[in-house]
Design a protein around this ligand. Sequence first.
Ligand code: GDP
Length: 321
Amino acid sequence: MESASRIYVAGHSGLAGSALVRALRAAGFHNLVLRSHAELELRDARAVADFFARERPEHVFLAAAKAGGILANDRYPADFIRDNLAIELNVVCEAARAGVRRLLLLGSSCIYPRDCPQPMQEAHLLTGPLEATNRAYAVAKIAGIELCWSYNRQHGTRFLAAMPTNLFGPGDQYDLQTSHVLPALIRKVHEAKARGERTVTVWGSGRPRREFLYSDDMAEACVFLMRLSEAAFAGLAAPGVVPLINVGAGKDLSIAELAVLVGEALGYEGGFIYDASKPDGTPRKLLDTSRLAALGWRPRIGLRAGIALAYRDFLARESAA
Ligand code: GDP
């Protein structure tokens, strides 16, 4: 990837995509191709084919997805599998047809089996049953990996799938019905503090463990991967290897510990209570990031600092709304 390369970031206004745009611009890439959802419907095969034929990007970051927290995934599985399969199918196939040199498809750590050994290695893909609450989304993302691999094998493309752990950061989704746990806790603690409430309700038992990565760290990892030398990138996306790499922070904590951390970051003095009627989901999902570390990448933004940055963004959005 060179500074003048035509780079398409699909999903550039979302949490992951907006971080990718920041990272690319900061690294001097100025020829970005961006289309809002209103300008380009990625579920529409014809629209995507026309877009690739006209714009001919050389590199693609596929960050567009239907994503959401445990409740949204559990309630709307048909939407999650349908939208994600359609987006991946259209973008990956048309990227191959248009001769895109490198493509990076973003997924999530929920692709690994529910009771996967920890930390979860790339080799654990498809070695056991998935967690029920997000199986539809996970199957769509596994199909995305298989799609990349199939094109690499049959057409000699260099398509890679990066699986980030739970992301958070600027532009996150703070709707309590659809959000992930970290933005939900930011909103809940902020509102409890503003209203002088003495408790915040946390879903589930508080015992599941999760790993969190600040979106800008994830974006830097993705740009780092797309800039690897031909030999290093081929080591990840050659026809003979599953084109899959984990992107994580290397540490996890329990949801109860996370709640305390968010409380501290926001200066909240109340306590937390647990709503057992809500699902826990996967007991633990910590990624093994040794492959990425061996290539020379490490995250920079710790969880505490990341929560403070995310809260600043939340406040800016609240006051603008
Ligand atoms: P998951 O990683 O796919 O399970 O997605 P989430 O980020 O939505 O949930 C992670 C864990 O946090 C689950 O055990 C949830 O039950 C728990 N959790 C606790 N409070 C909340 C909340 O207010 N919202 C969400 N989304 N999850 C919560």
